[in-house]
Design a binder for this molecule. Structure first.
Ligand code: NDP
Ligand code: 8X3
Length: 257
């Protein structure tokens, strides 16, 4: 097992759900964390909570991954003691709506594409060169079962996660001659704020997604992420598909009667 004590882990989208759970899980290993998202108060609260609970170093960075110049400047101006990022968890992402494509909202498509695909690319471009130059590091992209399958109304969201899958595979080709590892963790249903965001605050509709099924908890996904990051250096866990036991595909979910 690779120890990540005192190593720097950068997590995007850490203000909620899977990203916040990853922050706690790596803090438990004694890692130093850079946690980022758009909601400043949430990030500041998480910095305080983690410092208090895990007594580890945490740097909060307010960042919208859709804004390439901001991404570039955030990571090129890191204080010297925060520059050697060992693990990048590309987690920031969202879905908007479940409209049929021919009735879809262009602004929703753009937000998903700009965040899930372009944001992940911008952060990767800013952080991975340092890993390559240092000769070690692990990139863990949070994909989705929606990157392997398509479901009704999932059109553009599924396309963005298929793109994440292609980018992950492409990056693995590009880094085959480097010790930097490239992994994807692809969850099924995880109960987070994901569906509240998708349905723009309609909590009843969001709740119905997880009704009568024991969905994954964000901590379940964080355990898989930590497992990928702590393998011995010669082991690259290329892809982890993690589903609730009652989910067989995006469309086959067994709900308790
Ligand atoms: P949450 O809504 O709970 O968390 C999403 C996180 O992404 C938040 O911290 C949010 O922070 C951040 N985020 C969204 N847009 C941006 C942006 N433009 N810039 C920076 N940060 C951003 O959902 P999850 O934890 O479930 O989602 C995390 C990842 O997991 C996503 O990539 C999602 O697609 C993926 N996923 C989720 C599944 C699920 O069932 N929940 C299943 C499979 C994959 P803020 O708003 O403060 O910026
Ligand atoms: C999130 C899982 O099935 O709601 O990526 O798209 S799903």
């Amino acid at each position: 097992m690779t120890s990540l004590k005192d190593r720097i882990v950068l997590i995007t989208g850490a203000s909620s759900g899977i990203g916040a759970a990853c922050a706690h899980a790596f803090a438990q290993l004694g890692s130093r964390l850079i946690i980022s998202a758009r909601r400043k108060e949430r990030i500041e609260a998480l910095v305080r909570e983690i410092k208090e609970k895990h007594k580890t170093d945490v740097l909060g960075v307010q960042l919208d991954v859709q804004k390439q110049p901001d991404v570039e400047s955030a990571f090129s101006t890191l204080p010297k003691e925060w520059q050697e990022i060992e693990v990048l968890v590309n987690n920031a992402g969202l879905s908007r709506g479940l409209d049929k494509l021919h009735e879809g909202k262009i602004a929703d498509w753009e937000e998903m594409i700009d965040t899930n695909i372009k944001g992940l690319l911008y952060v990767s471009r800013a952080v991975i060169p340092g890993m390559v130059a240092r000769g070690h590091g692990t990139v863990i992209n949070i994909g989705s079962i929606a990157g392997q399958e398509v479901y009704p109304g999932g059109n553009v969201y599924c396309a963005t996660k298929h793109a994440v899958d292609a980018i992950t595979r492409g990056l693995r080709f590009d880094l085959v001659d480097s010790p930097v590892r490239v992994c994807t963790v692809d969850p099924g249903l995880v109960q987070t704020e994901f569906s509240i965001v998708r349905f723009r605050g309609d909590s009843e509709r969001a709740e119905s997604v997880y009704k009568k099924i024991q969905a994954l908890k964000p901590e379940d996904v964080a355990e898989a992420v930590v497992f990928c990051a702590t393998r011995p250096p010669h082991v690259q866990l290329a892809q982890v598909l993690i589903l609730p036991t009652a989910q067989a595909s995006t469309t086959l979910v067994h709900r308790k009667p």
